[in-house]
Design a protein around this ligand. Structure first.
Ligand code: DGJ
Length: 339
């Protein structure tokens, strides 16, 4: 009788777990928020703070046009809409928290005017200043400005106060990310020197400026879209090549310390359309809280002629003995029992 009772309880637990399993299955499809509106958070990043995941991204205006004056590449653009923020506790259901950083429509000279470009925003928390610090790529419409912008807030949802933009370490800053290490040091990683070289720049104590210490990496390799993470003492960086809004093959690199030396290792994606990175481009990698060595890689599937309809691909990273893999999956469980 007791054996039968135990079997019944085990079966009940198994059925309940299966029923409540969260399955991520909207790869490349429209992602609705909790109110049913389409999530507009491109080139984004995640901050985990006090039990909540915050997603920050580019809020793209709803009409896309080609800037005919730019002759060297297909400069498709949408008006900048600011930086949006969504929150979630399960990575599946995202609530729109409003604009973390708003555009400044009344001042045509502002970096935050809708006619400018605000890309790849990332937010980290500074436990000493108790400020949330946002870094982003600030551009002129023709992508010649190549500045990094910085904003700070007292709350993860903002509103963020814009501090301004500049060329960090005196050089271009285009695609970028921010990485905060376990020791509290934070780094800006950015494509520089007309995208030829990837800079890793240690930030100052309050994370709002470069410290002046930086390294130049992948010289002449033209890598962009950096996404950095750390596992078991090794630093990893996923990057794309430079082909405008069109996809290309993602590579990953490793280093023993953030300031290098970084070594390009090879391709990271496998499966259907791996060599075009599943028709997408890297933007961020985050660790799943409470799960050992579990990381999710975020990609943008750009739709260059309708930029606000660009889609999202999120996939788990698999660690092998000597390599990393991001395998194509139509769906996977955010309970991290891979399908
Ligand atoms: C590729 C970058 O990764 C994107 O963030 C964006 O800047 C496009 N280029 C513009 O073509």
């Amino acid at each position: 009788m007791r054996g039968f009772f135990c079997l019944f309880v085990s079966l009940f637990i198994l059925v309940s777990c299966t029923k409540h399993q969260n399955v991520m299955k909207l790869q490349g499809d429209v992602w609705p928020d909790t109110k049913g509106n389409v999530i507009n958070a491109h080139g984004g990043g995640i901050l985990y703070h006090k039990g909540v995941y915050y997603l920050y991204g580019e809020f793209k205006g709803d009409s896309t046009y080609l800037l005919e004056s730019v002759k060297t590449w297909e400069c498709w653009r949408a008006d900048a809409g600011g930086v949006s923020c969504y929150s979630s506790t399960d990575l599946m259901n995202w609530t729109f928290e409003g604009m973390a950083l708003s555009v400044v429509s009344e001042d045509t000279t502002s970096d935050l005017h809708p006619s400018q470009v605000i890309e790849r925003p990332k937010v980290i928390y500074n436990r000493y200043t108790k400020k949330f610090v946002m870094w982003m790529h600030i551009e002129s419409p023709d992508y010649e400005k190549a500045h990094a912008g910085v904003a700070i807030a007292d709350s993860p949802t903002g509103p963020f106060t814009y501090l301004g933009s500049f060329k960090p370490n005196g050089q271009d800053s285009r695609d970028q990310t921010i990485f905060k290490d376990d020791d509290g040091r934070a780094y800006q990683v950015y494509s520089s020197e007309w995208n030829k070289t990837m800079y890793v720049s240690l930030l100052n104590g309050d994370y709002t400026k470069p410290s002046g210490i930086f390294t130049r990496n992948f010289e002449g390799e033209y890598r962009e879209a950096p996404a950095v993470f750390k596992s078991k003492g090794t630093y990893y960086m996923i990057t794309s090549g430079c082909s405008g809004w069109d996809p290309n093959v993602a590579l990953y690199a490793t280093a023993d310390s953030m300031l290098g030396e970084w070594t390009l290792k090879g391709k990271i994606c496998t499966g259907k359309d791996a060599d075009s990175t599943f028709y997408a481009q890297s933007t961020f990698v985050f660790p799943v809280t409470g799960k050992k060595q579990t990381f999710v890689a975020m990609f943008d599937r750009w739709n260059k002629t309708d930029l606000d309809d660009s889609r999202y691909i999120w996939l788990p990273i698999t660690f092998h003995r000597d390599s990393l893999e991001i395998a194509w999956k139509e769906e996977w469980s955010t309970d991290f029992k891979m399908n």
